[in-house]
Design a protein around this ligand. Structure first.
Ligand code: C2E
Ligand code: MG
Ligand code: MG
Length: 324
């Protein structure tokens, strides 16, 4: 057994009122040590206090922000590698903060998960994505599947999740097949057996399910036999090394093969270069997502992109060349 220690250290100064206050500071430093990967020590600092303060403020503001309409969805295209056409779109949440500007999800999703407001946020995300998909469909645009990210906390604490999703889809007249829920491997491992009926309920709603960031979480692949997953999303961390590291390339090829043998779809995430895209084509991957094909953009910009490829216009020739 390998035992490690995380240590938080606070130094006494004259302005610390009580022993308890000193312990609180040491505790904050300890949390920082754990967040930084454990097995290390951290000193308490004013900067740390500020960060904690920011977090508490974010938690308090988040719920009101949803009601005030400060949340936004950005949309990133998922393209078919053979034709270059947009065949799906991932909805990614942002917070248009009145003072701090546009805030990315990494800054508030973990806080929303810890404070429970992820349930309200998740509901808003799904509703907004369905509303937008309904608008696109009424405009005669065909974005394909729209994907939303789902947190483990939603599955664990929202027993009505599947029913709520079905109701939202019905309200916006969305075919469940046009909606994909993205779950990370850690979500699937984290959500214990007692929640497995939650997956069964989602399957019955008829939505698609994708494993996000595939290959970065757990080495156990058992969940692939347990849960009705319809797509693997190969993680950006693996895709980024396909042209520089032979082992990375092998793992990505194996993941694509795994999806093929399971009879499910496969998409590579975080594709930034033509060389990566060419590799994926040669490895037999169907589709890809990443800055090379388009960064996440506002709904208006995505509408513009979809119009450009609408069947009424002449199709641009595919961008990619197949590497033999
Ligand atoms: P994710 O679902 O894996 O989303 C992909 C992230 O990679 C996005 O970051 C996207 O902007 C970024 N990305 C896309 N292409 C590239 C690329 O070519 N290169 C690089 N370096 N990055 C790329 P973003 O929008 O900051 O989202 C981060 C994470 O936050 C998401 O990872 C997802 O786990 C979470 N998230 C986003 N929206 C939601 C939401 O509505 N609900 C929940 N529960 N989580 C969300
Ligand atoms: Mg995702
Ligand atoms: Mg991902």
């Amino acid at each position: 057994m390998r035992i490690t220690a995380s240590i938080g250290i606070a130094l006494y100064t004259a302005d610390i009122a009580t022993p308890d206050a000193l312990m609180v500071q040491a505790d904050l430093a300890l949390y920082r040590a754990k967040e930084d990967g454990r097995d290390c020590f951290r000193f308490h600092s004013d900067e740390l206090d500020l960060k904690i303060h920011e977090r508490v403020t974010v938690a308090a503001e988040l719920r009101a922000a949803i009601e005030r309409g400060e949340m936004r969805l950005h949309y990133q295209p998922q393209v078919d590698l053979a034709s270059g056409r947009t065949v799906g779109i991932e909805a990614l949440v942002r917070w248009q903060h009145p003072q701090r500007g546009l805030i990315g999800p990494a800054e508030f999703i973990p806080i929303a998960e810890r404070t429970g407001s992820i349930v309200a946020l998740g509901q808003w995300v799904l509703d907004e994505a369905c509303r937008q998909l309904n608008t696109w469909q009424r405009q005669g645009l065909h974005p394909g599947v729209v994907a939303v990210n789902v947190s483990a906390v939603q599955i664990k604490t929202q027993p009505t999740l599947a029913r709520d999703i079905a109701a939202t889809l019905a309200r916006w007249q969305i075919n469940p097949h046009d909606m994909e829920l993205e779950l990370t491997e850690s979500v699937l491992m984290d959500v214990s057996q007692q929640h497995s009926q939650a997956f069964e309920a989602l399957r019955q709603v008829g939505v698609r399910t994708a494993i996000d960031d595939f290959g970065t979480g757990y080495s156990s692949l058992q969940y692939l036999t347990t849960y009705p997953v319809t797509r693997l999303k190969i993680a950006q961390d693996l895709v980024s090394g396909v042209n520089s590291d032979g082992r990375n390339a092998t793992v990505v090829r194996a993941a694509i093969r795994l999806a093929q043998e399971l009879g499910i779809d496969c998409i590579a995430e975080g594709v930034e270069t033509k060389a990566q895209a060419d590799f994926l084509v040669s490895a037999g991957c169907d589709s890809a997502q990443g800055y090379y094909f388009g960064a996440p953009v506002s709904a208006e910009q995505m509408t513009h992109r979809l119009r450009q490829q609408s069947p009424r216009r002449k199709l641009a020739s595919p961008k990619l060349t197949v590497v033999a």
